[in-house]
Write a protein of this length. Structure first.
Length: 204
């Protein structure tokens, strides 16, 4: 039996375009001087990396929680109405459950966002549990967040498979002794992982 740990944004959900729009709004609001390449890279960053990067670029140090709330507020409508799942994502979740494996969600997005999109596709029923990293007080740059999920679900790290589009998270998962599958996204360009897919149809 395996434990499948899924990220949401850019992995199960094709939501990074929403974050690109939200990030651009944030850059405009705070009049930050970023190149187009730098702006395009923001959507695939975990919140902590995004905040640190923008502070270095001149963002007032208003606190990570405030910036997260601003971005989440912009994104909520899109999650409730427009954000699609990645190709084959729901079918793959169904396949995992049918095989007798366990599936959980580990995301930086709060419950109001992940529940909005996954419930719209009736996909929550395939998950045994769901965690937001904020609630665990551990970012995905810290391998302990992956080890905590494995422990809570009763799995050895070697029996866990992590699906992510973030280089930071992929590295942490591998450091935790888990298999890391990169779900390629146009807004991210991970370079280290155990396997790579373009979407979940490749695993069906």
């Amino acid at each position: 039996m395996k434990l499948h740990i899924f990220d949401l944004d850019g992995t199960l959900a094709d939501s990074n375009p929403v974050w690109d729009t939200a990030d651009r709004g944030l850059v405009r609001k705070y009049s930050l001087d970023l190149t187009e390449e730098e702006i395009s890279s923001l959507a695939a960053m975990v919140y902590e990396d995004l905040y640190d990067f923008l502070v270095k670029k001149g963002l007032p140090d208003v606190g990570l929680s405030r910036i997260k709330d601003e971005l989440d507020d912009i994104a909520l409508y899109e999650y409730e109405h427009n954000v699609p799942l990645k190709k084959g994502a729901k079918e793959y979740l169904e396949k995992v459950k049918a095989a007798g494996d366990r599936a959980v969600l580990l995301t930086a997005s709060p419950e109001r966002l992940y529940n909005a999109v996954l419930s719209r596709y009736d996909a929550m029923k395939y998950l045994d549990d769901a965690w937001c990293t904020d609630d665990l007080h551990l970012p995905k740059s810290d391998k302990r967040v992956f080890l905590y999920v494995a422990y809570k679900m009763g799995f050895d790290p070697s029996d866990c498979i992590v699906y992510e589009d973030s280089q930071t998270a992929l590295l942490s998962a591998m450091d935790a002794g888990m298999r890391a599958v990169c779900v390629r996204d146009d807004f991210s360009s991970p370079t280290e992982y155990n396997a790579i897919i373009n979407d979940f149809t490749e695993l069906l």
